[in-house]
Design a protein around this ligand. Structure first.
Ligand code: FES
Length: 121
């Protein structure tokens, strides 16, 4: 089973192969959305652009499903490692940062620590 390492939350969460990243985060009670997304999001339809996650370098490039057409359109001006959680399926273990648009002050340290600890395959 894949493990999703959520850097900000300091949690490793198991999921089924092919499970939707947004659904896993919400099931686990993680804060996927910032203020705008909490006030109103599209419920996973790929329209509100509020469910950003950053895929941390070093993760397997095949760990997540390819960019959807929605993401190709909506993420044009965002960093290349950002995804929309609602459009993303988890194939294998991966490290992600939720709400990368408002990174925690100690983001670099958290990311380094997340990368150092072995990630279950
Ligand atoms: S939940 Fe609206 S774009 Fe992902």
């Amino acid at each position: 089973m894949p493990t999703i390492r959520f850097v900000r939350e300091g949690r490793d969460v198991k999921c089924r192969p092919g499970e939707n990243l947004r659904q896993v985060a919400l099931r686990e009670g993680l804060e996927l959305y910032g203020l705008k997304g909490n006030l109103g999001n599209c419920g996973g339809c790929g329209q509100c652009i509020t469910c950003f996650v950053a895929v941390i370098d070093g993760s397997d490039p095949q760990a997540l499903s390819p960019l959807t057409d929605v993401e190709k359109n909506k993420l044009q001006r965002r960093p290349k490692n950002w995804r929309l959680a609602c459009q993303t399926l988890v194939n294998s273990s991966v490290i992600v940062l939720t709400k990368p648009q408002v990174p925690p002050g100690n983001a670099r340290a958290l990311i380094n620590a997340a990368k150092e600890a072995e990630l279950p395959k």
